[in-house]
Structures are given as C-alpha cells and as structure tokens.
Ligand binder design. Structure first.
Ligand code: MG
Length: 218
C-alpha cells in the first residue's frame, strides 16, 4: 500500500456488513436465512427456489430487495425491517479499530445497502457509535442498491461529498467499480484479494490498514 494514495483524501466512506466487522461473525448467514424465508413466503415458493431467485436477483439487480422490487413490486419497508431483526451476539467492541477510525482526518461516513437503524445497532455492538458524521442506507439511496452508480451519486450528493477526495472501504468487490469510476480511492476489505482494475488496495485487516494510513499521514 502506498500511503501517498490517501494524502488527498478528506472523506472516508465505509460499507458496514463484513467491512466494519469480520466475516467470521457470520451475521450475514442470519440475514440470508431471513431473506430466503421472506422470498419463500412472499412468492409462495420452497426454500430451494427462493435461494435460486435470490442468486438471480443478486446477479441481476445487486440485491435481493432490488430484484423483489423490480420483478414483484414489493413494499421494501416490511422486508427491510424483517431481514435485519438478527442477533448481534457475535459482535465484540473493537477499541483499536474505533481509535483508528476516530483518528482519520476529515469526514467519516457509513454507507450500507442495509438500513440505518440496523447499521446503528451494529456500530453500537462494535463500539463504533459516535465516530461517524453520517450513516446512510438503502432508504436514503431511494432503494437503489450499491453497486449501481446512481445509488452512490444519490448518497454522495446528499452528503456533499467530493468523490475525487474520498476513499471507499468495502468487502464486495462489485461495489468498488462505481466509486473507482467516480475518482475514489478503493479499498477491498476481504479475506482474499479479488484483483480487478477498479481495486486500488486490498486488505484482510482493516484495522492494520488504517494504521498504515495514519502512520504515513502522521
Ligand atoms: Mg458488505
């Protein structure tokens, strides 16, 4: 990682799930089970067909919700509430991550395809409450999901954020394509690299990566 890459950055944008906590917490397993149950119930299909549809929606529309809205016109609010009613016992506060996020110079925001009430619960469980200037979710994005560029444009417009002076941290490599095209520094936070032209940096340890940025900025 060349720390010079972040010298111009004054806004730090973080995805939530599997970015601000490790995938080993397996929260998404709970969410996925609830999404599958919702699809099965709403569309009157069995679990296998619900999973097939979810894979199709994810590939075609970016998220299960976007597919349900596009193909079935479902009301997003009850869905979003239901799928995020999960247990957060697997999360632990992370004081070192909190300290490093707090030390980043400039504006710090969370942008998730989930909802802001859920994001606030997760941040609280991670000991990261109060560190962010704003938290945005799919509702604020007009129900358009990452990876759609229009979704990023909506959120960055709301925030007044200049993408050419910002960095995006995200575990889903697809969700870094639009940020890269908009001029952001892109950081893929995941156990394994996914080499792609739109990914500037990869790390499997967000806390360590932020530490290197801060040392270089020091
Ligand atoms: Mg994520």
């Amino acid at each position: 990682m060349s720390a010079h890459a972040f010298r111009h950055v004054s806004a730090w944008v973080f995805d939530l799930d599997n970015t601000l906590y490790p995938p080993s917490a397996r929260l998404f397993d709970q969410i996925e089970a609830r999404m599958t149950a919702w699809v099965a119930d709403a569309l009157k299909v069995d679990a296998a067909e619900a999973n097939r549809l979810r894979a199709h929606y994810w590939a075609q529309y970016g998220t299960t919700l976007a597919g349900l809205m596009a193909e079935h016109g479902i009301d997003p609010d009850p869905y979003l509430h239901e799928v995020h009613e999960i247990e957060l016992h697997a999360l632990r506060p992370d004081p070192l991550l909190a300290a490093r996020i707090a030390a980043l110079p400039g504006r710090r925001i969370v942008y998730t395809n989930a909802t802001t009430p859920y994001a606030q619960r997760v941040l609280e469980a991670r000991g990261l409450s109060g560190l962010f200037d704003a938290v945005y979710g799919v509702v604020e994005a007009g129900f358009r999901p990452k990876p759609e560029r229009a979704a990023f444009e909506t959120i960055f417009g709301l925030d007044g954020l200049d993408p050419t002076r910002a960095a995006m941290f995200e575990d889903d490599a697809r969700n870094l394509a639009a940020p890269h095209a908009m001029g952001m520094q892109t950081v893929h936070v995941a156990p394994h690299p996914a080499p792609a032209d739109h990914i500037h940096h990869h790390t499997d340890d967000l806390t360590a990566f932020l530490g290197r940025i801060l040392t270089a900025a020091g």
